[in-house]
Design a protein. Sequence first.
Length: 326
Amino acid sequence: MDKQVLLKVRNLKKYFPVTSGIIFQRETGSVKAVDDISFDIFKGETLGLVGESGCGKSTVGRTVLQLYRPTAGQVQFDNINLVKQKGTGLRNIRRRLQMIFQDPYSSLNPRMTVGEILAEPLKVHGIAKGSESLDKIRELLDMVGLNSDFVTRYPHEFSGGQRQRIAIARALAVNPEFIICDEPISALDVSIQAQIVNLLEELQSRLGLTYLFIAHDLSMVRHISHRVAVMYLGKMVELTERDRLYDNPQHPYTKALLSAVPIPDPEVEERRSRIIMEGDVPSPLSPPKGCNFNTRCPIAEDRCFEEDPEFRQISEGHWCACHLVQ
């Protein structure tokens, strides 16, 4: 795998303001959806991003793509600072970055045929038109395993898995280099999930794509990812190679997450001890002082309630944010 850095994120923050008052609205606080995270994605790899619902995973993806403008921080794609791009410049760079959304039922316009849905990005970016556009659309449908005669059908005529294939074809229409997969399989039947993941892997191999794969299914993330990052309450707590994370997790939160993943070997499962996290996830509107995980951590010490741990490299290629990990 090529170790050239394609996407570089540094100190990224995305806060959503909270206001009160009916007429004279004033800001009373902010939801810290993404709170000072940094990571790299290498060209040709898949970085899995996992964590509980509401931890900020999807917000990271949308902020990287500039669908949400960041509160602070830098997002560099191929040495281009996306945060400073506007208008035509941002539209041109978006040809190289695309997104597959979570819900295939709401991400496709029900009033447009499949042909019109796939023709739109080709028209917007001036890639193809007329008969050339139709040939490209048929090629895209074939690429994602759909009948090329589906161009005149509407989204309601398809199953969830087929709709997600259409969404993937739409993302591929502009020949992107980097695709953010925002929980692309969570709304699908279990029997279809593996097909979509296998399709994404096949397309990556054929087209040289780079993925940020956002999910909460840890077993599926292990299958598709080269490296895995773990988020908790807006912060990144651990990042390393896939096998190292699953075989030797260091952060208490990662250990608790992985202990909940069933193992298909009854003898190993019987010997394994579950780590049960007590309490609820704190509100991102008022995260705890010190480490965000201190309210649920089974090994928290006094220092954890006072100092925010640094996200630091604990060994080659292994990053962790915990005072108690050496």
